[in-house]
Ligand binder design. Structure first.
Ligand code: GLN
Length: 385
């Protein structure tokens, strides 16, 4: 144990210098954390104090550099049970004060080690509170992290950041989704079959369905309507995922065909934005998004407030105060964020379809919204009755 403490401390002492450069010219200097190198992405902040493994492995974070507002990160190390996908997806990782000694009965290795193993460039030792306040004031923006002993001058780094692609207009689902269909079997007795379109799905989502007796066929992002109906689904699901929903034309068209047929439909996060578009609403980029595990959302059908996990930078532009007429019948905003009145859920009144912008699978996060998976089951039961 003593050796590992000394080892970690001396490694950190020796960590190469690192610089974080925002596209508006603001610069933070710290030390390399994880892999040494260069990375670019969209700078976003997450306020979750726990669940860093789930955050890092959520495919929706593809091409984003995540700033953790919690000052201590890595305290419980890295285990083999909590990842939400096969790899870390964040483009870069920004922490204030990494754990010197990870400690947890499930821990297999340190977070620093895992980031290095997976080639994820990070930075530590910077004022993440100041950085977060900056992003709140100026909005999410492009960022670069540069680490190593021979760094380019500031002007060169800034020019490189400004050449990196923006999140607005990015079409990324196919880069993270499965290439082949796979099946997550029902736990216990099988009651339903669901076709889940993988736009960047988190592992906990099919698991939450499997727990309810659903056999989940996870299909690639570019799956066709025929591919979906080939599995004879009782319901169709559209997952979370990275990128700008305004670019996701293929899933929108596919979803419209599902709505047309009246198959029970459920969407989470990107899936909610796809439903918004399928109904004819627009989407827009939020100034700095919602990312964390304690966002208050009101379910407008019951009036109940739930504390929920979020990870979204875009939102649906639908009217809060009226029922809308759409090509698939009447639709309404079912959930709303109590911090800023952003649309957090949609439901159709004449067809069995609904979606939420946040994460009822709760990985990580509170379980307040688990009832939404039961609502999906009720829709499928209703269709059979
Ligand atoms: N978690 C998600 O599905 C995110 C959806 C979309 N990429 C956004 O940022 O809003």
């Amino acid at each position: 144990m003593t050796t590992s403490i000394q080892g970690t401390a001396s490694q950190r002492h020796k960590a190469a210098p690192a610089v974080l450069v925002l596209e508006d010219g603001r610069i933070f200097r710290g030390r390399a954390y994880g892999a040494v190198g260069v990375t670019f992405g969209e700078a976003v902040f997450s306020t979750g104090m726990t669940g860093y493994q789930e955050t890092l492995t959520d495919p929706s974070y593809h091409r984003q550099v995540v700033v953790m507002t919690a000052p201590h990160v890595g305290n419980t190390g890295v285990n083999d049970e909590d990842p939400e996908s096969q790899q870390i997806w964040v483009a870069g990782y920004v922490v204030r004060d990494p754990a010197r000694v990870p400690s947890n009965w499930r821990s297999r290795r340190s977070l620093d080690e895992e980031l290095r193993k997976q080639g994820v460039v990070g930075i530590s030792g910077i004022d993440t509170r100041a950085l977060t306040r900056h992003l709140r004031e100026r909005g999410a923006m492009r960022v670069g992290i540069f680490s190593g002993n021979a760094l380019p001058d500031e002007g060169t780094m800034l020019a490189e950041v400004r050449q990196a692609p923006e999140m607005k207009g990015a079409n990324l689902s196919a880069e993270v989704a499965t290439k082949e269909t796979y099946v997550v079997p029902a736990i216990g007795e099988k009651k339903f079959t669901v076709a889940a379109v993988d736009l960047g799905i988190k592992g906990m989502t099919p698991h939450r369905m499997a727990e309810r007796g659903i056999e989940v066929h996870v299909l690639p992002a570019m799956a066709s309507v025929e591919d979906i109906y080939a599995v004879q689904p009782d319901g169709v699901f559209f997952s979370n995922g990275p990128g700008d929903p305004a670019t996701a034309d293929h899933p929108v068209t596919v979803m419209q065909a599902v709505l047309e047929r009246g198959t029970p439909l459920f969407g989470i996060c990107f899936g909610n934005q796809i439903l918004g578009r399928a109904l004819g609403f627009g989407t827009y980029k939020l100034k700095y998004g919602h990312r964390g595990i304690n966002q208050p959302v009101q379910d407008r059908t019951t009036g109940k407030v739930e504390v929920t996990a979020h990870n979204h930078g875009f939102a649906v532009d639908a009217p809060l105060d009226k029922v809308s007429d759409t090509p698939y019948g009447r639709a309404e905003v079912s959930h709303v964020c109590l911090n800023d009145s952003v649309v957090e859920g949609l439901q159709l009144l004449d067809r069995p379809a609904f979606s939420v912008q946040y994460h009822p699978e709760a990985a990580a996060g509170p379980h307040d919204a688990a009832y939404l998976f039961d609502r999906f089951v009720s829709l499928m039961e209703g269709q059979r009755a």
